[in-house]
Design a protein around this ligand. Structure first.
Ligand code: 5GP
Length: 122
């Protein structure tokens, strides 16, 4: 799947649409989800143009991958989530119900999150 420069996160990265920023560095931007599902719901995105986790894990440089995951851990820590814990999730592709085609981690926390989501019965 080719990267779509007009996806909403590309527009946020270009500053065309505002976001409630939590963190930024050379490789990463993190901001609050516009429709939070939990008390803390932050999206962590790479600045590079990667469609999905599959794309990022195959195509991103070592520096981007390391920078991304180090930043994600730091963001969770700085949000005060390490003590009680949190959940990270990367919806990927059609079966993963990914809506925005720019790789992102969801970071959920600030409350008990229950057990893992069960997929619908087949
Ligand atoms: P996905 O289903 O692709 O994993 O999740 C996309 C997420 O992006 C959703 O949780 C949705 O609420 C969030 N989102 C969509 N548009 C915007 C936006 O313009 N700003 C912010 N901050 N979040 C958005």
């Amino acid at each position: 799947m080719a990267y779509d420069d007009n996806n909403i996160f590309a527009k946020i990265l270009r500053g065309e649409i505002p976001c409630n920023k939590v963190y930024e560095d050379d490789h990463v931007l993190a901001f609050h989800d516009i429709q939070p599902q939990t008390k803390v719901h932050v999206l962590v995105i790479p600045k590079g143009a990667y469609v999905s986790f599959a794309d990022f894990s195959e195509q991103a440089s070592e520096a981007e991958i390391t920078g991304f995951f180090r930043a994600a851990g730091k963001i969770a820590k700085d949000l005060g989530l390490n003590g009680d814990g949190y959940r990270i999730l990367a919806n990927t592709g059609a079966h993963g119900h990914q809506e925005v085609p720019h790789f992102h981690l969801h970071l959920f926390g600030g409350q008990p999150l229950g057990r893992m989501i069960k997929p619908p019965r087949v």
